[in-house]
Design a protein around this ligand. Structure first.
Ligand SMILES: [Zn+2]
Ligand SMILES: [Zn+2]
Ligand SMILES: [Zn+2]
Length: 179
C-alpha cells in the first residue's frame, strides 16, 4: 500500500479516503481535504473521474493534482527502504553505538558507491574491535548500509519526478502548502 500522492509506503500512517490514500507527510504538508471528493469532468484533462477540492475551492482530478503538486515518476521506482529488514543488533548499547558510528562516519563515506565502501569495510575488519566483525554485527551493518543507500536512491527518484509549478491552474493560488 502506498500513498496516492508521494508513493511513500508509511503503512502505519496511511489513511484511505474513498478513492485515494494519503500518508502522514502529505496530510501534514498540503491543505487539501482528501475526504472532500466529488465526481465529474476535470477542467484540465477532461477526464470524468474523482475530483479533489483545492484550498481556493477549485477542483482538480487526482492525477492532475498529483502532477501539479506532488510530481509523477519519470524513472523506475526503487525498492523503498521501509521494505528492507530493519537494522537491528541485539547486543547494541549506547557505547558500542557511538563507537561504531564514529567508525562508519570516518571510513564509510556513503557518497561513494556501495561496492567501494563494502570493500573498504572488509579491508578494515582487522583494524576494528572484534565485536564489529561478528556474524550478527556484520548482518546488522549490511542491513544498515542497504537502508542508507536505499534512502539515497529514493531521494534521487523523488528529485527526478516531473512536477508542476504547485499553483492552481485556474487562479494561480499558491496557498496549498501549510507553513
Ligand atoms: Zn504521501
Ligand atoms: Zn485532470
Ligand atoms: Zn484556484
Amino acid at each position: 500500500m502506498t500513498c496516492t500522492f508521494c508513493d511513500d509506503m508509511g503503512s502505519l500512517t496511511l489513511r484511505t479516503h474513498r478513492e485515494v490514500m494519503s500518508c502522514y507527510s502529505c496530510r501534514y504538508r498540503f491543505r487539501i481535504d482528501f475526504n472532500n471528493q466529488t465526481n465529474g469532468p476535470c477542467g484540465i484533462c477532461f477526464e470524468k473521474t474523482t475530483l479533489l477540492t483545492l484550498p481556493c475551492n477549485h477542483t482538480l482530478c487526482v492525477e492532475c493534482c498529483k502532477i501539479i503538486y506532488y510530481g509523477i515518476a519519470t524513472t523506475q521506482q526503487p525498492i523503498h527502504w521501509r521494505k528492507l529488514p530493519f537494522p537491528f543488533w541485539e547486543d547494541m548499547d549506547p557505547i558500542k553505538y557511538r563507537e561504531y558510528k564514529k567508525f562508519r562516519l570516518k571510513w564509510l563515506n556513503t557518497d561513494e558507491p556501495y561496492e567501494t565502501i563494502l570493500q573498504r569495510r572488509d579491508s578494515l575488519c582487522s583494524t576494528r574491535p572484534s565485536w564489529m566483525n561478528t556474524e550478527s554485527f556484520l548482518d546488522y551493518e549490511n542491513n544498515l548500509l542497504q537502508v542508507i543507500y536505499s534512502q539515497k536512491e529514493w531521494d534521487v527518484y523523488e528529485d527526478q519526478k516531473f512536477k508542476g509549478n504547485g499553483t492552481c491552474p485556474y487562479c494561480k493560488c499558491k496557498k496549498i502548502l501549510k507553513v
